[in-house]
Design a protein around this ligand. Structure first.
Ligand code: NAP
Length: 315
């Protein structure tokens, strides 16, 4: 099965379902990428921060060498980490991801978060008290450096991740190359109704990360709500002969969001793309819309003192 695509303002087509790779261990992710391509995936969501781009690149290379897919068949995303927001650091970060992935361009590159952490090699540069240190660089300056990478052909499309509506507007206000995609957490417990509407009005394609509620996140606390275990989803899944995960992904694509479920398990990878052969009724869509808590699995609240922390705003 293959996923339908949406057209980005650049004219490029982005598959509405992709493979997530955060928390995918380097020794598992090569096989996961290969299984995903064999199952029909043509979109992989990566980031320098996930520490596994070389292993993802190895999986891609195998499938290119086998002739299963060509580079231009694939849509590959990566992200700029918070320690590389300084305009002088941006091109190097892009090139580093390209080298690891074994590619000469990226289809999409996102600013991972709107906050700039202190420059340097450490992903989480903290002071003696464990507090995040930050850099006085605004993301609009970072955006300009990304536009230069589009101009030089390293990036086909650029976009934003974990930005709130005011921050998105601030980028739009200065952009020569408009942000093509907004990637944020989204699942029925955090349905992002207002932000989704805002993104649509501004012409950004909306990607839902953690579409299954990220059940494997290491920071999960006892008592956190778990969308995969919501008893109201099971009867809907049973009605279509599908799994709860497939219902969650179907809900996502049916409300015009792109979903990027992570799995390193071949059977689940295959299952997760089989969501284009059934449709939820409008009543079922409304029922699931009504599950909103809201509950964030990626709150990142220990850096809420850093300028431009995005979640102080309502949306
Ligand atoms: P997720 O996709 O919501 O959930 C992944 C978990 O669900 C894994 O434990 C996986 O297990 C399990 N799973 C997958 N398919 C399943 C199925 N059919 N049945 C049962 N369990 C299933 O979580 P996520 O990794 O947080 O989010 C997805 C992707 O979004 C990430 O990988 C990353 O690419 C992106 N993301 C981006 C940001 C950002 O800041 N931009 C933040 C978070 C995530 P196995 O792997 O063991 O099969």
């Amino acid at each position: 099965m293959s996923a339908p695509t949406v057209e980005l303002p650049s004219g490029q087509k982005m598959p509405v379902l992709g493979l997530g790779t955060s928390q995918a261990k380097p020794n598992q992710v090569t096989e996961a990428v290969k299984a995903a391509i064999d199952a029909g995936y043509r979109h992989v969501d990566c980031a320098l921060k996930y520490g596994n781009e070389a292993e993802i690149g190895a999986g891609l290379k195998t499938k290119f060498d086998e002739g299963v897919v060509k580079r231009e068949d694939m849509f590959i995303t990566s992200k700029l980490w918070n320690t590389s927001h300084h305009p002088d650091d941006v091109r190097g970060a892009v090139e580093s991801s390209l080298t690891s992935l074994g590619l000469d361009y990226l289809d999409l590159y996102l600013i991972h978060w709107p906050m700039a952490f202190k420059r340097g090699a450490e992903f989480f540069p903290t002071d003696a008290e464990g507090k995040m240190m930050w850099e006085d660089v605004h993301f609009t300056e970072t955006w300009k450096a990304l536009e230069a990478c589009v101009e030089s052909g390293l990036l086909k499309n650029i976009g934003l991740s974990n930005f709130n509506s005011k921050q998105i507007q601030a980028v739009i206000d200065v952009a020569k190359v408009k942000p093509a995609v907004l990637q944020v957490e989204c699942h029925p417990y955090l349905n992002q109704k207002q932000l989704l509407q805002f993104a649509k009005e501004k012409g950004l394609v909306f990607t839902a990360y953690s579409p299954l509620g990220s059940p494997d996140r290491p920071w999960a606390k006892p008592g956190d709500p778990s969308i995969m275990e919501d008893p109201k989803l099971k009867p809907i899944a049973d009605k279509y002969g599908k799994s709860v995960a497939q219902v969650l992904l179907r809900w996502g694509v049916q409300r015009d969001t792109i979903v990027i479920p992570k799995s390193v398990t071949p059977a689940r990878i295959q299952q997760n793309i089989r969501v284009f052969d059934f449709a939820l009724t409008s009543e079922e869509m409304e029922t699931i819309d009504g599950f909103n808590v809201p509950f964030r699995v990626v709150g990142f609240d220990w850096v809420s003192h850093v300028p431009e922390f995005p979640f102080h705003e309502p949306f």
